[in-house]
Design a protein around this ligand. Structure first.
Ligand code: GCU
Length: 338
């Protein structure tokens, strides 16, 4: 009897252990699938190549978001303008077709004209000045302006200073005469180039290389990393440093997508975007140097504009300031003195 009792107890214990094991496996599988099967899969548009500071910033953003939501939110980054030009991406985001993007401010300013004031020619004394403005209350206010346009500004990315590059040298204002210069799809940029005396041609980023190569344009303007990464330095061999603009970039989210998310998810996205931006700024500084080295090693001619000549370029901008800033004089003044 006693033996039978011992046997039954052992069998019951074995059965309990077996059931507990099964429950554990079931629980683990469930946990695993909750971690691996995302609740949301979002697209992120980037028009730069895979190895570029802003793309690496996007990757950091996606990793952080995945980590902090235990894999619930997955962000798929599409580079090389696979999802369209920046202008097309903005439009799609306003309808929720694309969730996230990194966009040049000049493109956003076409939809939100007040943004132009942040990228006016020769506005900032240097990078520190621009970051003081963007990291302070002015930057925050401008991120909020996106909300009236079915978008949500998350963070500011660095894109350095833009300079001219061309197939014949630009050493003074007169050299622009008769030249066609590629600009972004931006009225302000087109007016800036016209004010300098050249003919502007709005061409999307992905097509600049062939426009230069085929002689459709005589020059373009961009920062060192873009000049290098897109191979423009191979076809426009003169790079004139005048730092005419600093056009910051923004990480943005579609307003429709933002509205569909919980408050805690929104907070995570905001946090991760800001952290990824700090990472991008660090990468940016490194890439500015290495891109310049690559271009210089290839034998391009770098032209450092003299102070007097730069002053003439700057003076030519009066009409552009009148056109784009006359209704924002207060904020313009504040930025200048910040
Ligand atoms: C920079 C910027 C791009 C933009 C490009 C342009 O490279 O990062 O977002 O498209 O300028 O000149 O069009």
């Amino acid at each position: 009897m006693k033996k039978k009792y011992v046997f039954l107890t052992a069998a019951a214990l074995a059965m309990m252990a077996f059931l507990a094991g099964l429950a554990l496996i079931f629980y683990n599988n469930k946990k695993k699938s909750a971690e691996t099967a995302p609740e949301y899969v979002f697209l992120y548009a980037e028009n730069q190549v895979a190895d570029y500071p802003t793309t690496h910033g996007a990757e950091r953003f996606a990793e952080l978001v995945s980590e902090r939501t235990n894999g619930r939110i997955k962000i798929l980054i599409k580079t090389d303008a696979e999802l369209g030009s920046e202008m097309q991406v903005i439009q799609q985001m306003q309808y929720g077709g694309i969730a996230f993007a990194r966009i040049s401010l000049s493109q956003l300013a076409e939809y939100i004209p007040e943004m132009n004031v942040l990228q006016m020619p020769y506005l900032y004394s240097g990078s520190e000045h621009m970051w003081r403005v963007l990291d302070g209350e002015i930057g925050d206010e401008f991120l909020l302006k996106t909300r009236d346009h079915d978008l949500v500004g998350l963070s500011w990315y660095d894109a350095g200073a833009r300079n001219f590059y061309s197939t014949t040298p630009i050493t003074c204002l007169e050299d622009f005469d008769g030249m066609t210069i590629r600009v972004q799809e931006s009225d302000m940029m087109a007016d800036m180039v016209a004010a300098l005396g050249a003919k502007p041609a709005k061409i999307v980023y992905a097509e600049v290389y062939s426009a230069l190569e085929q002689g459709i344009v005589d020059g373009a303007e961009n920062n060192w990393p873009s000049y290098e990464a897109m191979g423009h330095y191979k076809v426009a061999r003169y790079y004139t440093i005048d730092e005419h603009t600093r056009v910051p970039e923004l990480q943005i989210c579609s307003g429709a997508v933002w509205d569909s998310l919980s408050e805690s998810d929104r907070q995570i996205l905001m946090e991760c975007a800001k952290e990824s931006a700090l990472y991008e700024r660090k990468l940016w500084a490194e890439r500015e140097k290495s891109s310049r080295e690559v271009a210089e090693k290839s034998g391009i001619t770098v032209i450092d504009l003299s102070r007097e000549e730069k002053e003439r370029f700057r003076d030519a901008m009066d009409s552009v300031y009148t056109r784009y800033c006359s209704n924002q004089m207060d904020i313009l003044q504040k930025i200048m003195e910040y």
